[in-house]
Design a protein around this ligand. Structure first.
Ligand code: ADP
Ligand code: MG
Length: 450
């Protein structure tokens, strides 16, 4: 029988046993809203009904209800308001339960699909995909490092999202700061009371998972006690073939404050670095971002190139430049985006773009500007003096001012051999002995370096 029918039957019988006035006052507006196990939940119009029904009609209600249903129920009365409140609380509890049960912290916007590749990040993306396809099997741990703003966090989330979409594995992404905070919190609570539950909770969060990603591990350097805990966590996960993915602004070798045993473990799997994007990649990232904003037709190629050639070494800054130009155009009551507008919008901005360690590109940029040639000229093969000499100067500065490795200089100058770099540097050194003008020119460039 449906509960509405049950209640109608019940009310009819009550009606026969009560004066009409009493029935109207206490029963007419009641409603049975749930019937489970041995509990009957009844909705009443006002709060006074609750007490009155209980105090005066308890036996009558139970007897008649038993006649209708054939079994005994305990009655509970609620007003509309109370029911709403319980509903809210229940929702609240179940939402909270879910988040407490499992929260992977993944950002759904960072995907492989929107991670643009070029020479500088191709290897990192490929290995990331390999790990995403077979977590815990191929490369464990995966250690990704680079300067800031080059896509480490993006790649980690992309791996996580892929795994979550294609399996039922549990993924947890945290920054190392979050790990440290969780650990400190646990430590603090444990000092006061021996809180077994908290320890269990911490362990479950970090060990009862299939993939653990810790972003910016360098912040663990300053937290000695936490390193110990991380070591334990790492070992347990690794032993159980759970995937660990770590990112850092430096290679494990350069995380000098980290315990040796941790650094060693980081090198067990695969280490990949992401280099600063070259001009081409910067340009394709800009195009992709613009596409994403639906601004394809309003963004002239020369503006893209202007941003790509001035904003080097940090993709976050590239995004910032686009936002600025768009905001500026909007501010100028929606005028077209032109090169002049972009120059105006970004006039104080590009200084920001240099604050990475991408020394060689910075040198190339300044040298190209002072000799009125392009960065492509510097990387290219042309041997005419107006290009070849600035190229040698740029290599010379990269080597003598920043002590950049010969191989890296060669690579960033169009893939030249390191002997070519040595040759160029020596040539400029020799020339400088007698050429005061050249010395002045070079010093001017060096002074402009940050
Ligand atoms: P990191 O963690 O190395 O500091 P992020 O992953 O936070 O860098 O990247 C900074 C910004 O640049 C993010 O908005 C990210 O989406 C974007 N980004 C980085 N690399 C790429 C790429 N190859 N393609 C598209 N966007 C990228
Ligand atoms: Mg990051």
């Amino acid at each position: 029988m449906e509960i509405n029918n049950i209640w109608d039957n019940f009310l009819n019988k009550v009606k026969n046993n009560l004066a009409p006035m009493l029935f109207e006052a206490w029963f007419a507006e009641t409603k049975l809203i749930a019937l489970n196990d041995n509990k009957a939940t009844v909705l009443v119009p006002m709060i006074i009904h609750k007490k009155h029904l209980k105090d005066n009609y308890d036996t009558l209600i139970e007897t008649i209800f038993n006649e209708v249903t054939g079994s005994n129920f305990i009655f509970e009365y609620f007003t509309e308001e109370e029911i709403e409140k319980i509903k809210d609380e229940n929702n609240f509890i179940s939402e909270n339960k879910n988040t407490e049960l499992f929260k992977s912290n993944l950002n759904k916007n960072y995907l492989f699909e929107n991670f643009v590749v070029g020479d500088s990040n191709k290897f990192a993306k490929t290995t990331a995909i390999a790990v995403a396809e077979k977590p815990g099997i191929t490369y464990n741990p995966l250690f990704i490092y680079s300067n800031s703003g080059l896509g480490k966090t993006h790649l980690m989330h992309a791996i996580g999202n892929y795994i979550v979409q294609n399996s039922n594995k549990k993924v947890l992404y945290v920054t190392s700061e979050q790990f440290v905070n969780d650990f400190i919190e646990l430590y603090r609570k444990n000092k006061n009371e021996n809180n077994f539950n908290e320890v269990e909770k911490f362990k479950r969060k970090y060990r009862d998972i299939d993939v653990l990603m810790i972003d910016d591990i360098q912040y663990l350097e300053i937290a000695n006690k936490t390193q110990q805990e991380f070591f334990n966590t790492f070992n347990e996960l690794h032993t159980n073939n759970k995937q660990i993915i770590i990112s850092s602004d430096r290679s494990p070798d350069d995380l000098k404050q980290l315990e040796d045993r941790l650094r060693t473990r980081f090198t067990w799997g695969l280490m990949v670095d992401i280099m600063p994007p070259d001009f081409e990649l910067r340009l394709s990232i800009i195009s992709k971002k613009i596409e994403g904003h639906g601004l394809n037709n309003t963004f002239p190629q020369e503006v893209k190139e202007y941003i790509a050639s001035n904003c080097i070494g940090d993709i976050r800054k590239l995004e910032g430049a686009i936002t600025r130009v768009v905001a500026y155009a909007t501010m100028m009551s929606g005028s077209d985006i032109t090169l002049n507008l972009a120059i105006e919008a970004l006039k104080d901005y590009f200084g920001n773009c240099f604050n990475t360690k991408n020394n060689i590109e910075q040198v190339q940029h300044l040298v190209a500007n002072s000799y009125n040639i392009t960065i492509d000229d510097l990387k290219g093969k042309r041997r005419i003096i107006s290009v070849a000499v600035p190229r040698q100067i740029a290599m010379y500065i990269s080597r003598t001012v920043y002590n950049e490795p010969l191989a890296k200089i060669g690579l960033l100058f169009g893939g030249r051999d390191h002997t070519t770099v040595i040759h160029s540097v020596e040539k400029i050194k020799k020339e400088l002995i007698n050429n005061i003008n050249l010395e002045k020119e070079i010093n001017k460039i060096i002074n402009n370096l940050k």
